[in-house]
Design a protein around this ligand. Structure first.
Ligand code: ZN
Length: 327
């Protein structure tokens, strides 16, 4: 039975430009020219930390700053475990393993190692994938007995944090092998971390993952977090978002409430990105603007709970649906 009081309400003279009909591949961001663009969008799914709880983690490059890192890749996120010597990585949400290679061993702080990394990739709800790069040799297939096609649950151990591939840090000198036959002069030292990529599988767009149990639900570089699981607790009853402008790549905002999220004087365009997520209703009042080039999504769901995607431009709909407006 659908609860009639759970609805997304569009009130008054809302200006929603480019609803649904506009192309998904709007073509911005440094990588867009190559057809695989980091588009400045927020993930559709809520994810837990990729590290086993309660590991303390540090984000060293976030969705934006990785674009200026040694391996400039907008949209990727680098994370280091701070507590253990060999931190255990876990599935960020339920899903199916669709890619896995932990057979490589070499590392170095040099582009020559770019194609030598180990990685595990998982497909989740709403057409999204998470990929965990640099994992330790044999940690996924051997220690945890995983292979492609396996189903995993949120928080299930999938590998150990490693440094295999192009990684930089203080965790040992560059090594060579069958992937890189001779370590390039000056390749430097390797660094343990996970290089995380969250994608929409159908379009290859890289999205900024909504993370449970952290302030603002988005990872920010040079910030420490305690790894935790997703829970429906921890939201305010009602939240008002007002006097807010999100109009540049990197201006992300996730607003959650147990009951009601209300947005009024909000302006989103030019690669700004906004998610309104509430258990009871999402209300957009006069003064709310989501213009072409901005990414906006309104959805009904309990705190930190993924809402199944049902694209559309209806103003009113029932529980467990979302409405998505793309550039
Ligand atoms: Zn990285």
């Amino acid at each position: 039975m659908i609860s009639m009081n759970k609805r997304i309400l569009a009130i008054g003279s809302i200006f929603l430009a480019g609803v649904a009909a506009s192309a998904v591949h709007a073509g911005f961001g440094p990588e867009a020219a190559g057809g695989i663009g980091a588009q400045g969008k927020i993930s559709r799914n809520f994810y837990r930390s990729p590290y086993q709880s309660p590991e303390e983690i540090r984000v060293t490059n976030d969705y934006i700053t990785h674009g200026s890192a040694a391996a400039a890749q907008l949209g990727r996120i680098d994370i280091v475990g701070m507590d253990s010597n060999d931190p255990v990585l876990v599935a960020m949400a339920a899903g199916e393993i669709i890619g896995l290679n932990d057979s490589r061993t070499e590392c170095g702080c040099d582009l020559a190692y770019g194609s030598c990394a180990n990685a595990i990739t998982i497909r989740h709800a709403n057409g999204e994938t998470t990929q965990y790069l640099h994992i330790q040799p044999n940690s996924s297939t051997g220690e945890f007995g995983l292979s492609v096609g396996d189903m995993v649950t949120p928080g299930q151990p999938i590998a150990r944090e490693g440094k295999v591939g192009f990684s930089c840090g203080n965790d040992g000198a560059a090594t060579a092998g069958t992937c890189v036959l001779v370590a390039p002069p000056g390749a430097g030292n390797c660094g343990d971390h996970v290089h995380l990529t969250v994608r929409r599988e159908a379009t290859s767009e890289i999205v900024n993952p909504m993370i449970c149990g952290i302030s603002g639900n988005l990872l920010v570089d040079d910030t420490d977090y305690t790894s935790t699981f997703c829970s429906t607790v921890g939201c305010s009853t009602s939240v008002l978002i007002t006097n807010t402008t999100l109009d540049a790549l990197g201006e992300f905002r996730v607003v959650q409430a147990d009951e009601t999220v209300t947005a009024d004087a909000v302006f989103v365009d030019n690669q700004g990105s906004l998610v309104l997520h509430a258990g009871g209703s999402v209300r957009m009042r006069p003064g709310f603007h989501c213009d072409r080039g901005g990414y906006c999504r309104a959805e009904i769901g309990l705190c930190h709970t993924t809402t199944p995607l049902q694209p559309g431009n209806g103003n009113t709909f029932a529980a467990s649906q979302s409405s998505e407006i793309e550039p």
